[in-house]
Design a protein around this ligand. Structure first.
Ligand SMILES: [Zn+2]
Length: 272
């Protein structure tokens, strides 16, 4: 038993060493985040993004869809909703330190990512990875059951991003990117997936210092919440805002009495 315990301890040390510096204390690195919709980045990882920006990392956000369907307002149009969501996202990310110049919009229609041309989708994401060459990549995880089975864009964004991570390291995938655009192959060293299933979450970032900032940033996505999701208005009644933020506080996961964001950490895949 003692020998087994020792072996487990040695194995755990090896695993711990395999992981580089903790995400929340990285400094001066390049971070690339893929998100299905222009709010999942803030809802799922906004506190972590705030900490990374505070630590002078360079963060790039790639948004697969324009989120142009999720409104109950009968007077809303898809074009207008896409414009509203773009503006809200820029304000929201701006509050946690990401300049809008660092946000890339792929422009797919809300709910339609699974029906987009898959070779084109993975080629686009591969080119972005090869161009940005991130030290760390963040992406949505198919994750919890409702993500896995009921959120088509989340599922597709998760699978497409990881397929692009694989393609990016072998130049024979989309060789025109190297031959015509000068994009060299690139192997992503570390990945963190937000919206993991609770059983698979293996990494937690303490966001106590930036939790209120995260809730403020999330609240900038006015059209995602009642009452604006039912009848659009660009601002909040103070009482509605207070209620929404109170719900965010109670719903934010906690661990050992601290606000946390949960991730599934992954590195060192054998890709071939
Ligand atoms: Zn979403």
């Amino acid at each position: 038993m003692k020998l087994t315990a020792l072996m487990v301890l040695i194995f755990m040390c090896i695993v711990a060493q395999a992981q580089n510096t903790r995400l929340e204390i990285l400094h001066g690195k390049t971070i690339l985040l893929f998100t299905p919709h222009p709010d999942d980045d803030v809802f799922g990882a906004g506190g972590t993004i705030a900490l990374l920006n505070r630590n002078q990392n360079k963060i790039y956000i790639v948004i697969y869809t324009n989120d142009d369907k999720g409104s109950y307002d009968p007077a809303m149009t898809s074009q207008r909703l896409a414009e509203i969501r773009k503006h809200e996202e820029e304000v929201s990310e701006g509050l946690i330190g990401t300049p809008k110049e660092n946000i890339t919009w792929l422009g797919y229609d809300d709910g339609m990512l699974e029906y987009a041309s898959q070779p084109k989708l993975v080629e686009e994401a591969t080119a972005i990875i090869r161009r940005i060459r991130p030290d760390v990549l963040l992406s949505v995880d198919p994750g919890e059951w409702y993500e896995r089975w009921h959120k088509t864009d989340h599922r597709m964004a998760a699978f497409n991003t990881i397929d692009a991570v694989r393609a990016a390291e072998f130049w024979l995938y989309f060789p025109n990117q190297r031959l015509q655009q000068g994009l060299q192959p690139y192997k992503v060293p570390e990945m963190y997936f937000f919206y993991p299933s609770p059983q698979e979450a293996n990494y937690f970032v303490n966001i106590d210092d930036v939790a209120e900032l995260k809730f403020d940033a999330a609240a900038k996505q006015v059209s995602q919440f009642e009452p604006a999701v039912n009848k659009y208005r660009p601002d909040w009644e103070p009482a509605d805002l207070a209620k929404a933020k109170s719900e965010m506080r109670s719903e934010q996961p906690r661990k050992d009495g601290h606000y946390v964001e949960a991730f599934r950490y992954a590195t060192g895949f054998v890709q071939y």
